[in-house]
Design a protein around this ligand. Structure first.
Ligand code: NAD
Length: 328
């Protein structure tokens, strides 16, 4: 049987993760490593599906050159590189893969938490600089400490489970949880004020929006315990970076770990670079072999369902598509 749907995959999406499409006779998968080449433009002309990571900008002009396109899949979470309104206007579904990164992001949060608590990066630097500073690099145990999770969705939940295994008490602030989750978490669900004032480790797992921008700023940092740590593996902008740098310099909190920043890559004149007791990683939350396979698998399954069955339930622009088609 000849393939019915052509799907172009670019940005070095994991080949293993394309199995749901490659193993199905109804699909032909064309891999084009670099989307800035004429090859890509020509393959796109007859494609029904497109899979990208973050490098390719899917804008109105690109969509114009893909008259048969029905679905764009982002192997990963953020769709900042896709012009979603332009896609909706053309009736193109946009799908991402929010679940595939969860464990990798939760494990990186644990890595930052342990690195801050035990001064791992300072210790490494000090040895390389010829010092052997055993007392200066004393750390703290996590056992018996209170973890404050802000945003108990997929990642926040996994971090909470891992911290319980470390003997931590977990409290949670999340005003949008389903009733079942609220029941499960009671009495560990607390107000934001209580969490900020009582947690020893505060970890952020929220989306960035008008409500969460600057959630951890001067005010929150002033109210935290002196020995508290702040971790952000969610989105830059949730933490006010200048305020955090000041709080670390003034020893108003004891440490922090960041994977995400207001502007990425981090500018060389960022005040964070001079702040003490701060562990930084360059947006590595999803950077594992496993996550790259998982996100590609998830998006491939969703694209298969969209093209073969017309199932658009996982499209992030499903409502706009229905509106554009005059269904709502
Ligand atoms: P999710 O949607 O499963 O969970 C987000 C949670 O935040 C939800 O439970 C929601 O109710 C809660 N929330 C929303 N607004 C809130 C508010 N104002 N206060 C408190 N809670 C609020 O998302 P997820 O998959 O767990 O991802 C969490 C974050 O991590 C997202 O911002 C995502 O983009 C980011 N992320 C980063 C990386 C990385 O590489 N660093 C990797 C994956 C995900």
């Amino acid at each position: 049987m000849s393939a019915t749907y052509r799907v172009v995959a670019t940005d070095r999406v994991s080949k293993k993760g394309l199995a749901p499409l490659r193993d199905d006779d109804r699909f032909e998968v064309v891999i084009v490593k670099d989307s800035s080449t004429p090859d890509f433009t020509s393959e796109l002309k007859t494609a029904a599906g497109l899979i990208v990571r973050s490098a390719t900008r899917v804008d109105a002009a690109m969509l114009e050159g893909a008259p048969d396109l029905k679905v764009v899949g982002r192997a990963g979470v953020g769709v900042d590189n896709i012009d979603v309104p332009a896609a909706s206007e053309r009736g193109v579904a946009v799908m991402n893969s929010p679940g595939g990164n969860t464990i990798s992001a939760a494990e990186l949060t644990m890595a930052l938490m342990l690195a801050v608590a035990r001064r791992v990066t300072d210790a490494d630097r000090s040895i390389r600089e010829g010092r052997w500073e055993r007392s200066a690099l004393q750390g703290v145990e996590l056992r018996g400490k209170t973890l404050g999770v802000i945003g108990a969705g997929r990642i926040g939940w996994e971090v909470a489970q891992r911290c319980r295994a470390f003997g931590m008490d977990v409290i949670v602030y999340d005003p949008y949880l389903a009733a079942k989750r609220v029941e499960e978490l009671h009495p560990h669900l607390v107000s934001l004020e209580r969490l900020i004032e009582t947690a020893d480790v505060i970890t952020l797992h929220v989306p960035l929006n008008a409500e969460t921008r600057g959630l951890i700023g001067d005010d929150a940092l002033h109210r935290m315990k002196k020995g508290a740590f702040v971790l952000n593996v969610s989105r830059g902008g949730v933490v006010d970076e200048a305020a955090l740098a000041r709080a670390l310099h003034d020893q108003r909190i004891a440490g922090a770990g960041l994977d995400v920043y207001e502007h990425e890559p981090l500018s060389p004149d960022s005040p964070l670079l001079e702040a003490p007791n701060l562990v930084l990683s360059p947006h590595l939350g999803a950077s594992t072999k496993e996550a790259q396979i998982q996100v590609a698998l998830e998006v491939s399954r969703n694209i298969r369902a969209a093209l073969a069955l017309g199932d658009l339930s996982t499209a992030i622009n499903a409502t706009d598509l229905a509106r554009a088609a005059g269904l709502s």
